[in-house]
Design a binder for this molecule. Structure first.
Ligand code: ZN
Ligand code: ZN
Length: 98
């Protein structure tokens, strides 16, 4: 699965301690390395991405290393990588005052 990196999102926050926790919480998955194909770096953060297959104009979170998080354009993900919705209102912010 290929995703498009969304840049300039590092200032956004959610109700989880960080976006990586957010991803863990809403996918139920655990990862210790970057989800980009062929990358085993462990300095991962929850990166904001857009889907390229069944594009729906929504942002998703996926764990990427700092290098891939800064990369321009498209990133090919490892098979079976799950995306967490980045919409705070429908996830961790549900029912909270924004
Ligand atoms: Zn969250
Ligand atoms: Zn990487």
């Amino acid at each position: 699965m290929k995703v498009k990196n969304k840049r300039g999102t590092s200032v956004r926050t959610c109700y989880c301690s960080n976006w990586l926790q957010h991803w863990r919480k809403f996918t139920g998955e655990v990862t210790y390395s970057c989800r980009a194909e062929g990358c085993n770096r462990t300095d991962i953060v929850g990166a904001h991405v857009l889907r390229t297959v069944s594009y729906d104009n929504r942002e998703y979170i996926v764990p990427l290393c700092k290098l891939h998080n800064k990369a321009d354009g498209f990133v090919e993900l490892k098979p079976w990588t799950k995306l967490a919705p980045a919409n705070v209102k429908n996830t961790c912010g549900n029912g909270q005052l924004l």
